[in-house]
Ligand binder design. Structure first.
Ligand code: PGA
Length: 249
C-alpha cells in the first residue's frame, strides 16, 4: 500500500490553548503520516508537546512577504517555519471565499512556502453550483493550473516524511455539511486530478476532504486512488480523529 496521510485542520478552534494542547497530546505516530494545522497562536505550544513524527502546519501564511515587512497582522512562511512547522495549507475554500484569495495570491503563498522550506497542502474543490452544472473538472483544472510554474521545484519522489506538495480535493459543498460525494465520484475526480498533474509533470499525493468522519473513513481509506484525508470537524474529537487515522494506517 502506498503511503497515506491524515491531516487535521483545526480552523478557528478550540477557544483555549489548553484545549488545543489536549487534542495534540493525544496524537501518536501511526503507519500513515499524521499532521495537524492548529491556530497559528497555538503553534509553538503545540510543537513542544507533539510526539516526534507528527507533522505540524499553519492554516495560512501571508502572500505579502516570504519573511518580514510592514504588513500589519500578517504571519510569514519564514516565521511559521521558525516556530517548527513543516507545512502550510494554501487555497482552502474558506480562505478563497471569506478572504477573496485569488490564484495570484495563492501562487505567491506557494512560492513563499517553498522558499521557507515548508510543504504545501494545496486545497481545491468545486462549489455546489459547479457540481450541479457538471463543471467540476473544468473548475479543478483551472485551479491546478497555477501549479505549473512550480513543477521543477517539486521532486518526483522524496525521502522526506512529508512531500513538498500534497493536493487536497475538497468539494466546497461537502465541507462541514455532513454531505460527501460517492466513493465512485471521488475516485473519478482523483483520477482526473492525477492525470492533470501528470500533464504538468507534477506528482503529488491526493487527499480527500469534506465531512470525513469515523464512519466513512474506512471506505475512503480502502481506495487506491485516495491517498489520505484532510479532516476538519472530526479532527477536534480525539476518538473520531484516532479512528480516521486507524482507517488509513
Ligand atoms: P470538515 O472540513 O471535515 O469539517 O468538512 C474539512 C476542511 O475544511 O478541511
Amino acid at each position: 500500500m502506498s503511503q497515506k496521510y491524515v491531516i487535521g485542520n483545526y480552523k478557528l478552534n478550540p477557544a483555549t490553548q489548553q484545549d488545543a494542547l489536549t487534542l495534540a497530546q493525544n496524537l501518536t505516530p501511526s503507519a500513515c503520516v499524521v499532521g495537524i494545522a492548529p491556530s497559528i497562536l497555538h503553534l509553538s505550544a503545540i510543537k513542544s508537546v507533539l510526539a516526534d513524527g507528527i507533522a505540524l502546519g499553519a492554516q495560512d501564511i501571508t502572500h505579502k512577504s516570504a519573511d518580514v515587512g510592514a504588513f500589519t497582522g500578517d504571519v510569514s512562511a519564514t516565521q511559521v517555519k521558525d516556530m517548527g512547522a513543516n507545512f502550510t495549507l494554501v487555497g482552502h475554500s474558506e480562505r478563497r471565499q471569506y478572504h477573496g484569495e485569488t490564484d495570484e495570491i495563492l501562487s505567491q503563498k506557494i512560492a513563499h512556502a517553498f522558499h521557507a522550506g515548508l510543504s504545501v497542502v494545496f486545497c481545491i474543490g468545486e462549489t455546489k453550483d459547479d457540481y450541479d452544472q457538471k463543471r467540476t473538472q473544468q473548475v479543478l483544472s483551472a485551479q491546478l493550473e497555477l501549479l505549473a510554474p512550480f513543477a521543477k521545484q517539486i521532486p518526483l519522489d522524496t525521502d522526506q516524511t512529508l512531500p513538498k506538495l500534497i493536493i487536497a480535493y475538497e468539494p466546497v459543498w461537502a465541507i462541514g455539511t455532513g454531505l460527501t460525494p460517492t466513493l465512485a465520484e471521488i475516485e473519478c475526480v482523483h483520477n482526473f486530478i492525477s492525470e492533470t498533474l501528470s500533464t504538468l509533470q507534477i506528482f503529488a499525493p491526493i487527499l480527500y476532504g469534506g465531512s470525513v468522519n469515523d464512519q466513512n473513513a474506512t471506505s475512503f481509506a480502502q481506495s487506491p486512488l485516495i491517498d489520505g484525508a484532510l479532516v476538519g470537524g472530526a479532527s477536534l474529537k480525539t476518538d473520531s480523529f484516532a479512528a480516521i487515522i486507524t482507517a488509513f494506517s
